[in-house]
Design a protein around this ligand. Structure first.
Ligand code: SAH
Ligand code: F3S
Length: 445
């Protein structure tokens, strides 16, 4: 392809998809294609999709329909469906979307360069499934943004939560080696990232394929890599957290005191139907040990309401849990039945209006809790990693170590304040979902 060819990648879903899109972009740029922000200008459009809930999946097809319109004026345009919907639909997507050119599963992202040449020849391609050997060119990732270097350490998922489609779309678990991960971390530090984020569906289930090293050892090794100022990891699975991992978090101040720990429900009976493999008491103990390790620890979680057969009492247990544990934020979803999963057989469906009502009540309760927690930060000073320009002109946005969003005016006298660097901010006002502050010159607490 000549250098004037352009590509456009749209990303939905989780951080793993975000990183896959950065990988796709990097590989396409190596082939001489240029990125564009306007799909109307592109010669290749890739939609990196998410199938975790039904709504997102439906939207994929209407978006592809919009992109097909561009083919009227740009005959050479190629359109690809990537991500979890691609893996799930496979060849069927080609029938459903008549002029779709490519269906690319998440485990085949590394092959895009060879695929591109075949697309050029007019071939319609389905590349799905989970090949044993996969390419991961970490040096060809078009790293988006300047503040956070993401590193996949474990792909796929071996759990079998009864509501979840991810094990089918992302395949069985595969861990990258310690050596490979550390080389990538060093490369990212060298590139200038102050924050490293380790990624996986069950990130703390990582094991070195060649030794007995586990996630606790990896946490230590990455935290002790010179230049890693902040270390995060997502998503942890409650049952896979060991005391050794908690110890590492306690011992390394550059491991951020923030853990995302999906609990899904506050009722043991629902957790059993979900096949999660832990009890609420175990979950509470884990949270306690994390808070003991680092008093400033902030925790967030995922919750599903309206799981098949969820009773008023079971939902009340979720409300109680949220009240007691004071999460810094929650991601709450209405249960969505997914093809090939066991959950629909595990209880009667919950009426849509009841599920809606439960979701609203849960979010309202959490909003009050978050407002209270955030207000307690007013007057304190925080170290903020600047992540981007704010929506209001002349403002910047950043994250505290606890992952809270902070907005503050970009003031000349406290510069150098640049994207991807640290600044100290005094928190002046708390909102439920963010903090407003002012950059100051003194060191942060
Ligand atoms: N690996 C992560 C979650 C992956 S999916 C874990 O350990 O939980 C991200 C979130 O989407 C899940 O935590 C769950 O809360 C939500 N989710 C997954 N399947 C869902 C479904 N069928 N309906 C509603 N929410 C779902
Ligand atoms: Fe899904 Fe459970 Fe794995 S929520 S991603 S099956 S840990």
């Amino acid at each position: 392809m000549s250098a004037s060819r352009r590509f456009f990648v749209e990303t939905w879903g989780c951080q793993m998809n975000e990183l896959d899109s950065q990988r796709l972009s990097g590989l396409l740029m190596q082939e001489g294609l240029l990125p564009t922000r306007n799909p109307g200008d592109a010669d290749l459009i890739l939609l990196n999709s998410c199938s975790v809930r039904e709504k997102a999946e439906q939207k994929v097809y209407s978006r592809l329909g919009e992109y097909r319109q561009f083919k009227r004026t740009r005959e050479a345009l190629k359109i690809g469906l990537c991500g979890c919907v691609a893996q799930e639909a496979g060849r069927r997507a080609l029938t459903r979307v008549p002029d779709l050119d490519l269906v690319l599963g998440p485990a085949r992202v590394g092959e895009i360069r060879g695929i591109l040449a075949r697309l050029e020849q007019g071939e319609r391609i389905v590349a799905t499934g989970f090949p044993e050997t996969r390419r991961y060119d970490f040096d060809a990732v078009a790293r988006d943004g300047s503040h956070k270097g993401m590193v996949t350490i474990i792909e796929g998922c071996n759990k079998s939560c009864t509501f979840c489609i991810v094990p089918m779309t992302r395949g069985p678990e595969r861990c990258r080696s310690m050596t490979e991960i550390l080389t990538e971390v060093e490369h990212l530090v060298d590139y200038g990232f102050l924050e490293i984020e380790l990624l996986g569906q069950t990130v703390n289930h990582w094991r070195d394929p060649a030794s007995s090293l586990d996630f606790a050892d990896l946490l230590r090794a990455v935290a002790e890599t010179p230049g890693v100022e902040r270390l995060r990891f997502v998503t942890s699975y409650p049952r896979d957290f060991t005391p050794r991992m908690v110890d590492q978090i306690g011992h390394h101040s550059n491991i951020c005191p923030y853990v995302h720990l999906p609990v899904q429900s506050g009722a043991d009976s629902v957790l059993r139907r979900m096949g999660r493999g832990y009890t609420i008491q175990e979950y509470r103990q884990l949270i306690e040990s994390l808070r003991d390790a680092r008093p400033e620890m902030a925790l967030s979680t995922d919750l599903i309401v309206g799981f098949p057969g969820e009773t008023d009492e079971e939902f009340a247990a979720t409300m109680r849990l949220v009240e007691d544990l004071e999460f810094s934020s929650i991601f709450a979803f209405k249960y969505s039945p997914r093809p090939g999963t066991a959950a629909p057989r595990l209880g009667p469906p919950i009426d849509e209006a009841i599920a809606d009502d439960r979701l609203q009540r849960l979010l309202a309760r959490q909003q009050r809790i978050q407002s209270r927690l955030n207000r307690s930060l007013e007057g304190s000073t925080r170290q903020v990693l600047v992540t981007g320009w704010g929506r209001k002109p002349g403002t910047l946005t950043g994250r505290t170590t606890c992952h809270r969003i902070v907005h503050f005016p970009a003031e000349d006298e406290v510069l150098p304040t640049a994207l991807g660097t640290f600044t100290t901010v005094r928190i002046e006002q708390a909102l439920p979902h963010s903090l407003l502050g002012r950059a100051i010159a003194s060191p942060a607490t």
